[in-house]
Design a binder for this molecule. Structure first.
Ligand code: GLN
Length: 207
């Protein structure tokens, strides 16, 4: 069940990491549910947003773009403290451990992910599955998706594929190995937007 409730009086700004990959579709989806969005291309821009989307793309290419002065460290600091929603390559970047092959990551989300884990023939497809979100099954677009093979005790699974978590939440972090921005269903983005709006109160409840 969704624990966060929207507050229409308080519109946060959601940054979308726009170094490469599918950032436009996230911006459109977030704007369609009333969010203010900002494309993030420089580390100093992170200071002006309340939450961040790390989109899909190619995680190794993201890492190359993040090599510019202080970007990786500034991003790691943001993700450790502020609401962040990663999809696909974004999950790989947020993960504590990356396999196939092992790769540097931000280490915030207590999961192990295997890149491109669904094999060549099945690695891109559209499925429908139940989630803990109200409103019935959700469409899941998988594109050369990673597989979450381990979750830590603080990680909650909201949806699965073949017994492996595909939508997970850990405190201020939300991660989907599929691409909700490519479907016409705003529920996952709404969950994230609501969590950004209520992050301060959620944080105080957790203490
Ligand atoms: N296969 C990509 C990677 O390993 C992720 C694919 C995606 O984001 N759609 O980074």
């Amino acid at each position: 069940m969704i624990e966060f409730m929207a507050d229409s009086t308080n519109q946060p700004t959601i940054g979308i990491l726009a170094l490469q990959g599918a950032f436009d579709a996230h911006a459109r989806m977030l704007q369609s549910i009333g969010a203010k969005t900002a494309l993030i291309r420089k580390p100093e821009q992170l200071a002006s947003v309340d939450g961040l989307v790390i989109p899909g793309g190619e995680s190794s290419t993201f890492l190359k773009h993040l090599e510019v002065a202080g970007f990786f460290d500034t991003l790691a600091e943001f993700v450790s403290a502020k609401p962040t929603f990663g999809t696909c390559a974004g999950v790989i970047l947020m993960a504590k451990e990356v396999l196939n092959p092992a790769q540097k990551s931000l280490g915030a989300l207590d999961v192990t992910v295997e890149r491109n884990a669904y094999g060549r023939q099945n690695d891109s497809r559209i499925l429908e599955a139940e989630t803990s979100l109200p409103g019935g099954p959700i469409e899941m677009v998988y594109i050369r998706a990673p597989r979450i093979t381990r979750i830590g005790p603080a990680v909650e699974t909201l949806a699965e594929r073949e017994g492996f978590p595909t939508l997970v939440r850990q405190g201020h972090l939300l991660a989907a190995t599929f691409h909700p921005e490519l479907s016409h269903d705003p529920r996952v983005h709404q969950l994230f937007l609501d969590s950004v709006k209520h992050w301060d109160s959620v944080k105080s409840l957790q203490v």
